[in-house]
Every structure is written in C-alpha cells, then in structure tokens.
Design a protein around this ligand. Structure first.
Ligand SMILES: [Mg+2]
Length: 227
C-alpha cells in the first residue's frame, strides 16, 4: 500500500520555467560567432532535441562526437550567460505549489535532461534551490526521456518508490517517461509545446493549463488512485 511521504518530481524546461527564448538567444549567438545562418524556423525545427542532433541538423551534418561536444558546451555557456543577464522567472503557480508541497512535508526532486550547471544556475536565479532534495540532470543519466531512467533515479535518490511519486511535466516524452516509470503525472500546457490531448494520450492523469490551479490534495488523490 502506498503511504506518505509522497514525492513530486519536477521537469524544468516548460514546467518550472520557460527557457525557450534563452535557448534561442544562445543558439543565435553561437551561429553568429561561427557565421552560420540561424532563424526562428531553424529553432522551431529543432526545439527539444539534444545538442548533437541540433548541431548535425543545422550546422555540420558530418560533425564528429568531440566537435558536437565542444560546440554544445559553447552553446550552453552562452545559455547560462543569457540567463544570468536577462534573469528568469518561475511560471505561474510554481512558487506557490513548491512552497505548499514543502509545507505539506512532500519530498521534491528535479528530473531534467538539462546539464547540471544550467539547473544549478536556474535554481539560484529563481531562489528555489532549498526545495529540492535531489537534482537529477542530463549529466546523471545515460538515456533521455521518454526512457524512465531520469525519474527512477530521482525517486531512488529521494528514497521513495514509484507509486509514491507524481511527475510534473510539459512534454509528451516526459509524460511517457513517467508512465514507463510507473508514476502518475500532471501535464502542463502553458509553455505550449504539446497539446492537452497528446499529454493525455501519453498517460497524464491530469492536464492543466498552468500549475496555478493545482493544489496538494489533488496530487495526493492522484497518487492514492494508484493505491
Ligand atoms: Mg519540459
């Protein structure tokens, strides 16, 4: 039987914060430095893909792994510079829900494909570091979402089982990963990259426009539904 403590596992990009414009700025600066063309259409066509795929699709189809790594690092440095320069805000409802879950004694972790350095900076800039007992980044897992590894690792680090967890996600691949990990999930459509229907089909137990409407009791009920 599932019993408290319950845990919330947070996706970051598109759920906790909307970082799309910072990624656009970073790729624009990267492309300008190397005199490559880079447009909004290029950005849209590669949004959500991993850096090596983006680099090969847009800039150098024959780029070997080490070049992809170096160029990817360069882009991520520009991303962190853009975040530090422009600042970043939590999406609506996030600050309240983080605090309410902490108040209710839930464990909270981050489960993101982003590099650890990016995540650390985002939590500093949004003053949210204290909420997370575990941070699982793209550096900590070998397989990205929709593989369940990132959520399983986060649950293990919190010392909870999958049936005690709820995942907060904006992406179809993320909801699929949660489902594959045996976890219930909430799909958030605000960032606008995935439709409510697609998130539901992927297995989301609840789909909301933003986290403003979500309360702790609702998440507990979602988990209890699995008991
Ligand atoms: Mg996301």
């Amino acid at each position: 039987m599932t019993e408290p403590p319950f845990a919330a596992l947070w996706d970051v990009d598109g759920t906790l914060v909307d970082t799309a414009e910072l990624h656009f700025d970073a790729w624009s600066r990267f492309a300008a430095d190397l005199s490559f063309p880079f447009t909004r259409a290029d950005f849209s066509a590669t949004f959500g893909k991993r850096n090596p795929e983006i680099i090969r699709q847009l800039f150098d189809p024959a780029a070997p792994d080490d070049k992809c790594h170096d160029w990817g690092e360069r882009k991520e440095r520009y991303y962190r510079a853009a975040a530090a320069e422009k600042g970043i805000e939590l999406l609506p409802g996030v600050a309240r829900l983080l605090a309410a879950l902490a108040e209710a004694g839930w464990a909270q972790a981050v489960a993101s494909s982003a590099p650890r350095e990016n995540l650390t900076l985002l939590f500093e800039l949004t003053d949210t570091t204290r909420y997370f007992s575990a941070i699982v980044s793209g550096d900590d897992v070998s397989r990205g979402k929709p593989d369940p590894e990132v959520f399983r690792t986060a649950a293990a680090r919190l010392g909870v089982v999958s049936t005690q967890c709820v995942v907060l996600e904006d992406a179809v691949a993320g909801v699929q990963a949660a489902t594959a990990a045996g976890m219930v999930s909430v799909g958030v459509t605000l960032a606008g990259h995935h439709s409510a229907e697609a998130l539901r089909t992927a297995g989301a137990g609840i789909v909301v426009h933003s986290l403003e409407t979500v309360v702790v009791g609702q998440l507990a009920s979602l988990i209890a539904g699995r008991m």
